[in-house]
Write a protein that binds this ligand. Structure first.
Ligand code: ADP
Ligand code: MG
Length: 467
């Protein structure tokens, strides 16, 4: 390996950490678990992959994404080279230029092995999501105590329990803490953790494959059912029906159920009354954004967990500037820690201010007008706001319009009906369809995620400059 002044290994590690955060576990293990850092040269990083087929797939799907990340991290125009190293080659091999792989076959192998990994991981919990790692504040003590009581005595009281609150406030952390806690005491208990989205997808798939019976068995026979983000079930009537029956089966046999939702259930418009009444039956607790003291305490805890010493004034600065939610707090901290570790510099207040100035989460969380969103998205795609509102359905307009609708839903409090109205009087179902399309594309297209984040930044900047 060239041990020279160029060493991009730390940048690769950081890029991988960011990629991991952006992709689903399945996608990550499918494509990134088998890429390894090999060596560095001037503005060039060499990575090894198990086959030529794999390399081609990575290049097709992720080259731009990886390059963009590495460019940003290193501040250079980076070149990425791949060498092929089959799994059995334990020692460093020479760079291969020709394909010696079995291509398609290896792809099958990779898919199979990732399926095994996924199967093993299924139902597992993020080990960091524990009660010990959760900082309690006035905003969260009720929810925390309810979850802890449930974990200590599942099925006994508070059944079902529903935790609701905005994005990034710790819902997933708490619901998974219940799972981690119970499994640490009792290995043989059957806990199912599932997001409402996965539940929906599995349900649809089971119908398509004629395996509905297996699906029913899977969820109606668990000891504890944890379902994250039930707001996703809106408008999915058949899945709601299925969950309703699962609920009844589990409730009747006194099995603990915990749900999370991004708003009070009463505000879920597209939910059948009978399922809503089930969710409301037990305990409903809310999570509020943390106050200043809690934000500081969370930051201190996260620094401690990462073994990083951060000056107090920087902690104070982040706590007072980033008020939206814990996820935004965390990502600011991650950025500063990465900066410090990659460049070997201590974080000072000026550095923190400089590094976080562009962070889109740092700006206030006020909502935006649909007008602004249409303007920025239009400019981005070389269209006008009028195009986005027009009846035209060409592909060149339809996709940007879907993106604008998706962002309107994400960044404003407008209902889908109101958004439809702002887009040339379209129906609310068109808006919902657009949001679903973009959401599902986000799952498979990491480039789109980057573009969406860029658009959000531009929308926020537009607002700042036009105050
Ligand atoms: P939600 O599911 O509500 O969108 P998450 O549970 O994913 O939010 O939380 C976002 C991030 O913030 C996670 O990494 C989580 O560990 C962290 N987090 C949230 N609340 C707390 C808290 N009170 N203490 C420590 N970490 C927290
Ligand atoms: Mg969550």
């Amino acid at each position: 390996m060239n041990k020279v002044e160029w060493d991009y290994e730390p940048f690769w590690s950081e890029a991988v950490a960011q990629i991991r955060n952006h992709l689903s576990d399945q996608e990550y293990s499918m494509w990134f678990a088998s890429i390894f850092y090999e060596s560095s040269d001037n503005q060039t990083i060499v990575l090894s992959v198990p086959s030529a087929f794999y390399r081609d797939q990575i290049c097709k799907r992720y080259y731009q994404y990886i390059k963009q990340l590495l460019d940003e991290l290193t501040g250079c125009d980076m070149k990425i080279e791949f060498m092929i190293k089959s799994q059995s080659q334990k020692t460093n091999s020479d760079k291969e230029t020709t394909s010696s792989s079995t291509g398609e076959e290896e792809y099958q192998d990779i898919q199979q092995s990732t399926q095994i990994i996924n199967r093993k991981k299924n139902g597992e919990f993020n080990p960091d999501y524990t009660f010990e790692n959760f900082i309690i504040g006035d905003n969260s003590s009720f929810a925390y105590n309810a979850c802890l009581a449930i974990a200590k005595n599942p099925g006994a009281s508070y059944n079902p329990c529903l935790i609701y609150g905005g994005v990034g406030l710790g819902k997933t952390h708490l619901i998974q803490s219940i799972g981690n806690y119970i499994l640490s005491k009792e290995k043989n208990i059957h806990i199912s953790y599932v997001t409402a989205e996965t539940f929906t997808n599995e349900f649809i798939q089971s119908i398509g494959e004629g395996k509905n019976h297996q699906f029913k068995n899977k969820y109606r026979k668990v000891d504890i059912l944890l379902v994250d983000d039930i707001h996703f079930l809106q408008n999915k009537n058949q899945t709601q029906e299925e969950l309703f029956h699962t609920f009844n089966a589990l409730y009747d046999s006194n099995r603990q159920m915990v749900f999370t939702c991004d708003r009070p259930v009463s505000e879920l418009k597209e939910l059948t009354a009978r399922l809503r009444s089930r969710f409301e039956r037990g305990l409903n607790v809310d999570l509020q954004p943390p106050d200043y003291e809690t934000r500081s305490a969370i930051l201190k805890k996260k620094c401690e967990l990462q073994n990083f010493s951060m000056p107090n004034e920087v902690i104070e600065y982040i706590s007072s500037t980033i008020t939206s939610n814990v996820r935004d707090l965390e990502s600011s901290l991650t950025k500063l820690i990465a900066y410090s570790r990659l460049l070997g510099k201590e974080i000072t207040l000026p550095i923190a201010k400089e590094q976080l100035k562009d962070s889109y989460s740092i700006q206030s969380n006020q909502s935006f007008t649909i007008d602004t969103i249409q303007k920025v998205v239009g400019e981005y795609f070389n269209l006008s706001s009028i195009d986005l509102k027009s009846k035209k359905r060409t592909k060149a307009i339809a996709f940007p319009r879907q993106v604008a609708m998706y962002l309107s839903r994400k960044l404003t409090d407008y209902s889908t009906t109101e958004i439809g109205y702002e887009f040339g009087g379209r129906d609310h179902s068109t808006v919902m369809h657009a949001c679903q399309r973009i959401e599902s594309r986000l799952q498979s297209d990491p480039m789109l995620e980057g573009n969406i984040q860029r658009l959000i930044r531009q929308i926020k900047e537009h607002k700042k400059h036009n105050r």
